[in-house]
Design a protein around this ligand. Structure first.
Ligand code: ASP
Length: 337
């Protein structure tokens, strides 16, 4: 049988099982997984805002204002991460971020709404709010992703003010220090904040997500990570939930971890199981997983959540039931080696 015929046959079988309501969710390695593991901090309830790392607390407040006023989750996720993008003391998101090897800050961002529409920008310079540019790509163009000079031209046409590409005192000093050795190795949990990925459910029950970053510090000029790639750093499906990732983007790109987590939920996994499945896939595909960190968050439209990481140290901010708090994520590498 040709590969194409095998594929069609398997697809037909899958569709038949699915239509009978038979779960085809299987764990890593193909073993049938027991369903039902939940996160001890997860309670169903909406509206909700959840985001990566400690900078998520302030971002959640920004998003919550929109949600509380009856606004749309899409506006909430944009407004939320804009708080982080504008914080010049934040060295991993926005123009205050650490630069690449050439001393240039380049930014990546993506946004996705309840209709499954998405917009993203990558490798942009001098834009204070790449998330808003990503939204304009979604709202005003027939495209889903614009990069580099083209994205900056579109920003100009849309009236975005180009900021000077100057490093802050902190990032200039750090870059000069790095230039002495030029030693490149991703550091786990650097400063306890990296990309911000933020997911929200509004009062109508609609789900949206946003993800924005200055990417890995000292990356090669032109390098783009997972954050602006739909399915990698962010994925939203209004029917089954949403997921977002932070950490070493290359590993997330290779596994499309956010898409994978949402697909796990589609097949019956809880958000916690979905996060653990995505991290298991990354670990399985990367013999060097001990050298880097990835953290993932997932939510269902009912407001349950999951969070998981490769290593200790990942945390996230949860705004639910009028309370905005930090939660330490569970993780895979319990031996801590
Ligand atoms: N995921 C981001 C990237 O690879 C970086 C991060 O989250 O720290 O660009």
């Amino acid at each position: 049988m040709t590969d194409r015929r095998k594929f069609l046959k398997n697809s037909a079988l899958f569709a038949a099982f699915s239509s009978l309501g038979i779960s085809v969710f299987a764990g890593e390695g193909g073993k049938k997984k027991k369903k039902g593991k939940t996160n001890p901090n997860s309670v169903a309830g909406k509206p909700l805002v959840i985001s990566t790392w400690k900078h998520g607390l302030a971002a959640n407040e920004g998003a919550w204002k929109v949600i509380d006023a009856g606004g749309r989750a899409l506006d909430a996720v944009e407004q939320g991460v804009m708080v982080t993008e504008s914080d010049k003391t934040n060295t991993s998101v926005g123009l205050g971020g650490f630069p690449d090897r050439e001393g240039i800050v380049t930014l990546d961002a993506s946004i996705m709404d309840e209709r499954g529409m998405a917009g993203s920008v990558a490798f942009v310079q001098g834009i204070e709010h790449p998330i808003s540019l990503a939204r304009r790509v979604m709202d005003k163009t027939p495209h889903a992703l614009l990069v580099g000079a083209g994205a900056e031209l579109f920003a100009k046409q849309e009236g975005f003010v180009k900021q000077k590409n100057t490093l802050t005192d902190t990032t200039r000093k750090a870059w000069q220090e790095w230039m002495k050795e030029k030693n490149y190795k991703p550091v786990i949990n650097i400063e306890n904040h990296d990309t911000i990925g933020l997911l929200a459910i509004d009062k109508r029950g609609n789900v949206s997500g946003a993800c924005t970053t200055s990417g890995l510090s000292w990356k090669m000029h032109g390098r783009v990570g997972d954050s602006p790639i739909i399915g990698a750093g962010l994925f939203v499906d209004n029917e089954f939930g949403a997921a977002t990732c932070t950490g070493l983007g290359e590993s997330v790109l290779r596994t499309l971890a956010s898409f994978l987590a949402v697909e796990c939920m589609r097949r019956g996994a809880t958000p916690q199981e979905a996060c653990e499945e995505a991290i298991a896939r990354i670990v399985k595909k990367h013999a060097n997983f001990k050298d880097f960190q990835v953290g993932i968050l997932a939510i269902t439209p009912a407001g349950e959540h999951g969070g998981y990481a490769i290593h200790k140290g990942f945390n996230y901010a949860l705004h639910q039931g009028g309370n905005n708090r930090m939660i330490d994520s569970d993780y895979y590498n319990k031996e801590g080696k």
